[in-house]
Design a protein around this ligand. Structure first.
Ligand SMILES: Nc1ncnc2c1ncn2[C@@H]1O[C@H](COP(=O)(O)OP(=O)(O)O)[C@@H](O)[C@H]1O
Ligand SMILES: [Mg+2]
Length: 248
């Protein structure tokens, strides 16, 4: 098991946002967390990455590659982030630095963890693996010269240049049109073949149908259903899942 989350409870001040959340992710698996806005999906990802605000209180257990992540010292977290766990956000423009060409931004992600190897080669390779055809041109572009779909692929290159074991993705295709969305989702499916795992947050069951091996349905911070993608679509047990499915 790559990631095992057990009885995760998260409070923002007095607010109980995650309630006894338990699930796991195996190697080579795409797991989707579905739920409406405000259900706590992003909070699960930030809990795993150790990126919660100061006034939050987290308890339970998050085991990743046999290491406990709750209360992991920041120095150890820095060695994990980008190298073993990385994240792709919904809005790539907020993540890329507008003042720098994207190539060096991918190289920087690589250099943060590796001294050996040729960073430019790695960056170009990461772009190609992320489905960018003219990698050299994109490498030399500023973010504002690129379409939304290309920017998101640059973010995927940044998230994968170090060959992480687990990629967290927070509604990564919400801002893209449907055909681009399909291409990005295919990239996540392809990662499975390399033994990588993806934990993908979405509110869209169409996305789930395209990529998920397993699905967790989250409502008000509680997991109300968990199953294979077939179970969830063919035989949803929770009334809430049925409601969400009827909405599409
Ligand atoms: N930094 C924060 N401080 C206080 N409350 C927050 C913070 N971030 C999120 N919340 C609240 O926690 C709940 C879960 O948020 P979030 O994890 O972002 O949900 P989702 O990603 O499913 O939309 C929401 O009610 C949100 O308003
Ligand atoms: Mg969110």
């Amino acid at each position: 098991m790559l990631l095992e989350v057990r009885n995760l409870n998260l409070f923002y001040g007095e607010r109980h946002v995650l309630k006894d959340v338990s699930f796991h992710v195996d190697r080579g698996e795409v797991v989707c967390i579905v739920g409406e806005s405000g259900s706590g999906k992003s909070s699960i990802l930030y809990s795993i990455l150790g990126l919660l605000p100061k006034d939050s209180k987290l308890s339970g257990s998050i085991r990743f590659m046999d290491k406990e992540l709750i209360n992991l010292p920041e120095g150890e977290y820095k060695r994990l982030r980008g190298r073993h766990i990385s994240i792709v956000f919904q809005e790539p423009s907020l993540y890329l630095d507008p003042l720098f060409k994207v190539g060096p931004q991918i190289e920087e992600a690589y250099r943060a963890h590796f001294r050996e190897g040729n960073p430019k080669e790695k960056a170009l390779m990461a772009l190609k693996n992320a489905g960018v055809q003219d990698a050299e041109r994109v490498y030399n572009s500023y973010p504002h010269h690129l379409s939304g779909g290309l920017k998101q692929r640059v973010c995927i290159a940044i998230a994968t240049v170090c060959g992480p074991d687990l990629v967290l993705a927070d509604e990564p295709t919400t801002a893209l049109d449907v055909s681009l969305q399909g291409r990005i989702l295919k990239l996540f499916r392809d990662m499975k073949g390399e033994g990588r795992s993806v934990l993908l947050v979405t509110h869209d069951f169409g996305v789930v149908a395209e990529v998920a091996d397993r699905v967790l349905v989250l409502k008000d911070g509680l997991i109300v259903e968990e199953g294979s993608v077939f179970d969830i679509f063919d035989n949803p047990k929770s009334p809430y899942t049925r409601e969400l499915l009827e909405a599409i």
